[in-house]
Design a protein around this ligand. Structure first.
Ligand SMILES: Nc1nc2c(ncn2[C@@H]2O[C@H](COP(=O)(O)OP(=O)(O)OP(=O)(O)O)[C@@H](O)[C@H]2O)c(=O)[nH]1
Ligand SMILES: [Mg+2]
Ligand SMILES: [Zn+2]
Length: 324
């Protein structure tokens, strides 16, 4: 074997891959079927001082391969299409920790029943996804439990979100209904699967990819008090291609960082009316001449959706007050 040539950038092996995991100073970079443990060049660490991690899970990167030990050096990060970040609680200007980037879609899982369908939860996450420029969709699972009594209600929910432009899947992890469509939706995509405990997220993922053990649930605020950025996202490869993202604590994402007066823009059904209100700074809550309330009264907006809007508005207003 000849000795390695002098350091020369042009003769190096450069590869493109995606960061699937981060463990402190090492990153797993997946290139095809290979996972190449990689490090970051020192200069990256200093460029953005308000970001705790220069490279995030989900990032597409170019690495230089060290042929001797099969490790990599991350040379560059490609532009991100979107990202989910976490900040020190309550601080709009706190350090940003990018949990995951380049998410193709966030799927919100609900059950027909057990647990009861929760429209406020769905709407809150849809807003969070929109704020972060992540396309969202809805999975209505446990469709095998549907009875004649709740059929109309579930169909109403289904149509409501389809009309808003979101993809809606109906599934049963128990009898396999809808799993082909789910698999097709996840194939070659980076997908976040989230939803309340017990809705069947693990069951669905295990049904389409046996052995997939992904943390997808909510982490309650109280269990995390005082511990900051302890959780790391991870991309779990699917055998059909694509990844499912581990997302503990998705509750923290997004909705916090918007101004109350911008909230209605993130509701596709409220957005068309926001410029028609009498007052340009209308919060669509109590003001006279509100085009959104008029639309509500003539049933052009679903009351559950308006309820969700008011709840989120209230929580944003509380956040605003805490800041001063
Ligand atoms: N009937 C019915 N039961 C289901 C279905 N999917 C899941 N279950 C059951 O619902 C319960 C909860 O399912 P999990 O997959 O653990 O739910 P999860 O969303 O992962 O819950 P967390 O991990 O706590 O967030 C289990 O008892 C499952 O067997 C379904 O499609 N139909
Ligand atoms: Mg689970
Ligand atoms: Zn208004």
């Amino acid at each position: 074997m000849s000795p390695p040539p002098d350091h020369d950038d042009t003769s190096e092996t450069q590869l493109e891959g995606v960061v699937t995991r981060s463990t402190g100073s090492w990153y797993d970079v997946r290139v095809g079927e290979r996972v190449i443990p990689s490090r970051v060049r020192g200069k990256f660490r200093l460029t953005k001082q308000d970001v705790t991690n220069p490279v995030a899970v989900g990032d597409r990167v170019t690495i230089r391969l060290n042929d001797e030990d099969d490790t990599g050096f991350i040379l560059s990060i490609h532009d991100r299409t979107n990202k989910l970040s976490r900040r020190a609680a309550g601080h709009r200007s706190g350090e940003e920790h990018v949990m995951v980037s380049n998410v193709d879609r966030a799927w919100i899982v609900q059950a027909v029943k057990r647990p009861q369908y929760n429209p406020a939860f769905v709407d809150r996450l849809l807003v969070a996804a929109a704020v972060n420029e992540i396309p969202a969709g809805l999975i209505i699972n446990k469709i095998d439990l549907l009875t004649d009594e709740d059929r109309a209600e579930v169909m109403d929910l289904h149509l409501r979100y389809v009309d808003l432009g979101y993809p809606v899947l109906t599934t049963s992890a128990t009898d396999g209904f809808g799993l082909d469509r789910l698999t097709a939706e996840l194939q070659d995509q980076v997908s976040v699967i989230t939803g309340p405990s017990g809705t069947g997220k693990s069951s669905l993922l295990n049904a389409i990819e046996p052995g997939l053990d992904v943390e997808t649930g909510e982490v309650s605020e109280s269990t995390r008090k005082g511990t900051h950025t302890t959780t790391h996202a991870e991309l779990h490869p699917l055998s059909v291609g694509g990844y499912v993202v581990d997302t503990p604590g998705i509750r923290e994402f997004g909705v916090r960082d918007i101004h109350p007066k911008d909230l209605a823009h993130f509701f596709p059904d409220l957005r068309p009316y926001v410029n028609e209100c009498k007052f340009p700074d209308c919060t669509h809550d109590h003001e006279p001449g509100c085009a959104i309330k008029e639309a509500l009264e003539r049933d052009a907006i679903h009351p559950d959706r308006y309820d969700s809007y008011l709840r989120i508005l209230e929580s944003l207003q509380e956040e605003e007050e805490k800041r001063f």
